[in-house]
Design a protein around this ligand. Structure first.
Ligand code: MN
Length: 213
C-alpha cells in the first residue's frame, strides 16, 4: 500500500511538473529537421529550433521562476510583461507559431474564410504575398512580419521589431515570418527577400487557416 501511494505521488508530481513546463518548454517539430529542404536546410532548422528557440525557452523558464508569471500561460506573459521577460516570452510564442505553420507538403493557397478575407483586403492572394514580402524585406534590423486579425475580424500586416507579437496589441497572429538573420543567413546569406519569397512553398494553410476566427 505504501509503495502504491509513493508511486501515485511520483506520478502526480511528474504530471504537475509537465503541466507547468509544457507552456514554455521547447516545442517539438511536427516534421524532421531536413524535411523543409531546400527552402530551409537541416542545418538552419537544427540551429534555429535546437539552439535559438531552446535558449529562449530555457531563459524564460529561469526568468519567471518565483515571479507572478510562473504559472501563467505564454500568451498572458506576452500580453502583460515588459523588458527581458517579454522579449523571451515573445520569442518562444513567435517561434512556436513559426515552426508549426510549415510542412514539407505545404504551399499552394489558403482556402475558405481566410482566403476570402485576404482577397477582400488585398484584392488577390498574389497581391497579399507581394505586400507581405515587401514589408518583411523592408523591416530594419531584427524582427517579424505578421499577418494578424484585428478585433473587427479584418486582416492587417504588421512589422514588429525584436520579439514582438500581434497579441501584445490585442490582435490574433495568423502567419509570421522571422526576419532575424539567424532564420536565413546560413542558407541565403544576405538575400532576405529571396528567403521570404521561398517560404510560401512550405506554408501549411490548414494550420494557418485554423488560427483565423
Ligand atoms: Mn528566430
Amino acid at each position: 500500500m505504501k509503495r502504491f501511494i509513493l508511486l501515485w505521488a511520483a506520478l502526480v508530481l511528474a504530471a504537475v511538473s509537465l503541466a507547468q513546463t509544457s507552456t514554455w518548454g521547447l516545442m517539438q517539430l511536427p516534421y524532421a529537421t531536413d524535411a523543409l529542404t531546400p527552402v530551409i536546410t537541416r542545418r538552419t532548422v537544427e540551429l534555429h529550433h535546437g539552439k535559438h528557440l531552446a535558449a529562449y525557452a530555457a531563459t524564460l523558464q529561469r526568468l519567471v521562476e518565483g515571479t507572478e508569471y510562473e504559472r501563467k500561460s505564454l500568451e498572458y506573459i506576452v500580453r502583460h510583461s515588459t523588458g527581458v521577460i517579454f522579449n523571451n516570452a515573445g520569442q518562444v510564442l513567435n517561434h512556436n507559431l513559426y515552426f508549426e505553420q510549415f510542412s514539407p507538403t505545404g504551399g499552394g493557397q489558403p482556402t475558405g474564410r481566410l482566403a476570402q478575407a485576404i482577397e477582400a483586403q488585398w484584392g488577390s492572394f498574389e497581391n497579399f504575398c507581394e505586400e507581405f514580402e515587401k514589408r518583411g524585406t523592408a523591416l530594419f534590423g531584427s524582427g517579424w512580419v505578421w499577418l494578424a486579425q484585428n478585433a473587427d475580424s479584418t486582416l492587417i500586416i504588421l512589422q514588429e521589431p525584436g520579439g514582438g507579437n500581434p497579441i501584445a496589441s490585442g490582435r490574433r497572429p495568423i502567419l509570421g515570418f522571422d526576419v532575424w538573420e539567424h532564420a536565413y543567413y546560413l542558407d541565403y546569406e544576405n538575400r532576405r527577400a529571396e528567403h521570404l519569397h521561398n517560404l510560401w512553398n512550405i506554408i501549411d494553410w490548414q494550420v494557418v487557416g485554423e488560427r483565423f476566427r
